[in-house]
Design a protein around this ligand. Structure first.
Ligand code: HEC
Ligand code: HEC
Length: 142
C-alpha cells in the first residue's frame, strides 16, 4: 500500500512538472482546451528555394521548394506528375521522380510510377518560415 502511495505521489509530481514546462511552449493549436474548437492559426509564408533545399541525410525525401497550392492528388489525377514524370520532366525543367518511385513492393522495376509512391505529400513537404517550438541541436548527416 505504501509503495502504491509512493508511485502515486511521484506520478502527480511528474505530471505537474511536465504540465508546467509544456505551458511555456506555444503549439500551433495554442492554449485552447481540448474540448473547445481550435482557432485558425496564423498562416505562415511559404519558403521557396531555387535549386532545392539541402538534404539532411542521403535518402531523405527532398523538401518541396515551390508552391503546391494548385496541385491535386486524387484517384483520377496527380498534377505533380505533369512536371516530374519521365515523359515531362525535361520539357518542364524539373527533376524526374527518384528511381525508388518505379519499384513496386516485390522489387520489380516498373515503367510507370509505383502506386506506393502515388501520394507524394506523404513524404515530400513544403516549408514555411517557422522556428522550432523547443530548442534542439539537430544537425544533418555529413
Ligand atoms: C509546374 C511544374 C511542377 C509541378 C506541377 C510540381 N513541381 Fe516539383 N519541381 C518543379 C521544378 C521546376 C523543381 C526544381 C526547382 C528548383 O530546383 O529550383 C521542382 C522540385 C521539386 C522537389 C525537390 C527535388 C529535389 O531534389 O530537391 C520536390 C520534392 C518536388 N518538386 C515535389 C513536387 C510535388 C510533391 C508536387 C505536387 C504536389 C510537385 N513537385 C509539383 C516543378 C514542378
Ligand atoms: C514513400 C515516400 C515517398 C513518396 C510517396 C514519394 N516520394 Fe519522392 N522521394 C522519396 C525519397 C526517399 C527520395 C530520395 C531517394 C530517391 O531519389 O528515390 C525521393 C526523391 C524525389 C525526387 C528527387 C529525385 C532526384 O533524383 O533528385 C523528386 C523530384 C520526387 N521524389 C518527387 C516525388 C513525386 C512527384 C511524388 C508523387 C508522385 C513522390 N516523390 C512520392 C520518397 C517519396
Amino acid at each position: 500500500m505504501k509503495k502504491l502511495l509512493e508511485i502515486l505521489v511521484i506520478g502527480v509530481v511528474l505530471s505537474a512538472v511536465s504540465f508546467n514546462s509544456s505551458a511555456e511552449i506555444k503549439s500551433l493549436r495554442g492554449p485552447v482546451s481540448l474540448d473547445d474548437e481550435s482557432e485558425m492559426f496564423d498562416k505562415r509564408k511559404l519558403v521557396k528555394q531555387k535549386g532545392g533545399f539541402e538534404r539532411s541525410f542521403k535518402i531523405q525525401p527532398p523538401l518541396i521548394p515551390h508552391e503546391t497550392e494548385k496541385d491535386k492528388i486524387t484517384l483520377q489525377t496527380n498534377t505533380c506528375m505533369k512536371c516530374h514524370s519521365k515523359k515531362n520532366h525535361e520539357k518542364e525543367k524539373a527533376p524526374e521522380i527518384g528511381e525508388s518511385h518505379y519499384v513496386d513492393r516485390d522489387g520489380n522495376v516498373l515503367e510507370k510510377l509505383s502506386t506506393r509512391r502515388y501520394f507524394c505529400n506523404q513524404c515530400h513537404a513544403n516549408q514555411v518560415d517557422a522556428q522550432p517550438l523547443v530548442d534542439n541541436e539537430f544537425a544533418g548527416a555529413k
